[in-house]
Design a binder for this molecule. Structure first.
Ligand SMILES: NC(=O)c1ccc[n+]([C@@H]2O[C@H](COP(=O)([O-])OP(=O)(O)OC[C@H]3O[C@@H](n4cnc5c(N)ncnc54)[C@H](OP(=O)(O)O)[C@@H]3O)[C@@H](O)[C@H]2O)c1
Length: 301
């Protein structure tokens, strides 16, 4: 049992914090909107009034927040994590944020005698619930080795043949690079899937039939399998909304520009997200890209 902290108890953070409690760890948590922490408090989490207090109370502090601005907000300032860190502590940020922001905070963490890892996650609410979340980790190898057993607590034991779920990628920031490269594929695949459904549908094949065939075909990645059916019915609460998806697309396009790697399919998918935003669908799950393309095809949901 370890003495842990968790800052950012949104959709992903609350489920990850819950897994740490289920594994028997002692947990102190913080969320800007306290109400979201209530069910975890009832399950035994101690609530701290600031990110600083979480860092002061725990040996290893995890975080999962929306974007780079949110990471800066929980890390910096008099109430931030940095202010509560001391020698030997480890800060593990699991958010998908900009590489430069994460590296700058890691440098400040080291000035405190502590260390930081970027450990973004690939998966969704669904993958987390069934214990199949994968993590990629950037930072010092010895810090990774120290925290690896805890990171493995976020998922169940890997099934034979499915590969490692916790992967050391390299120095600070490289796990974020890997994650951004992975995530740009989500929107690209969703757009390609939507094209295939609409092509089938406008030729007279029922949408349900097209979805059934495609989600059992050679193109059915795990993401297509769980999100493809959203073209039939969107979830009431977005698993990952247009705003969040576009944050990751913009991170990818910026990274591509920095190293001169053209990302033509990511750019096209990003435009379709802008289209979804323009027609008022920004808070829907990003599978709503289908609706944007359907509108352009003269098809209604
Ligand atoms: N959802 C997914 O499927 C998924 C999958 C893989 C990775 N991720 C990544 O995981 C991270 C969290 O995503 P999520 O889906 O859990 O998002 P979410 O439900 O919107 O939660 C965002 C969290 O960030 C906090 N936050 C936002 N702005 C803040 C600020 N300025 N200061 C302090 N806290 C702030 C929110 O606090 P409040 O509750 O007060 O708003 C909340 O705790 C993101 O980086 C996302 O890209 C998500």
């Amino acid at each position: 049992m370890a003495n842990l902290g968790f800052v950012g108890l949104g959709v992903m953070g609350s489920l990850m914090a819950q897994r740490l409690l289920e594994k028997g760890h002692s947990l102190t948590g913080y969320n800007r909107t306290r109400a979201k922490a209530q069910s975890l408090i009832e399950k035994g989490m101690k609530f701290a009034e600031t990110p600083r207090a979480v860092a002061a109370a725990a040996d290893v502090i995890f975080s999962s927040v929306a974007n780079s601005a949110a990471l800066t907000s929980i890390a910096e300032g008099p109430d931030g994590i940095l202010a509560g860190l001391s020698r030997g502590k480890l800060f593990v940020d699991m958010s998908t944020v900009g590489v430069a922001t994460s590296r700058a905070i890691a440098a400040k963490v080291r000035e405190k005698g502590a260390d930081m890892l970027d450990a973004p996650v690939s998966g969704s609410v669904a993958t987390l619930k069934v214990g199949k979340l994968s993590l990629m980790v950037g930072g010092k190898r010895e810090s990774f080795d120290r925290v690896k057993p805890l990171l493995e607590d976020f998922s169940d034991q890997p099934t034979a043949g499915q590969g490692q779920k916790v992967t050391y990628v390299g120095e600070n920031g490289l796990a974020l690079v890997m994650k951004i490269a992975t995530n740009s594929n989500l929107a690209v695949q969703m757009l390609a899937f939507s094209e295939a459904v609409l092509l089938a549908e406008k030729n007279g094949i029922p949408r349900q039939t097209a979805v059934d065939v495609l989600t059992h075909s050679a193109i059915a990645s795990p993401m297509v399998q769980y999100r493809g059916p959203f073209v039939l019915k969107l979830p009431e609460t977005a698993w990952f909304d247009v705003n969040m998806m576009q944050k990751d697309m913009l991170l990818a396009l910026e990274l591509g520009r920095q190293v001169d790697v053209p990302l033509p399919t990511a750019a096209a998918a990003n435009e379709m997200l802008t289209c979804a935003r323009a027609i008022g669908l920004v808070h829907e799950d990003f599978a709503v890209m289908f609706d944007a393309l359907a509108k352009m095809s003269g098809v209604s949901r």
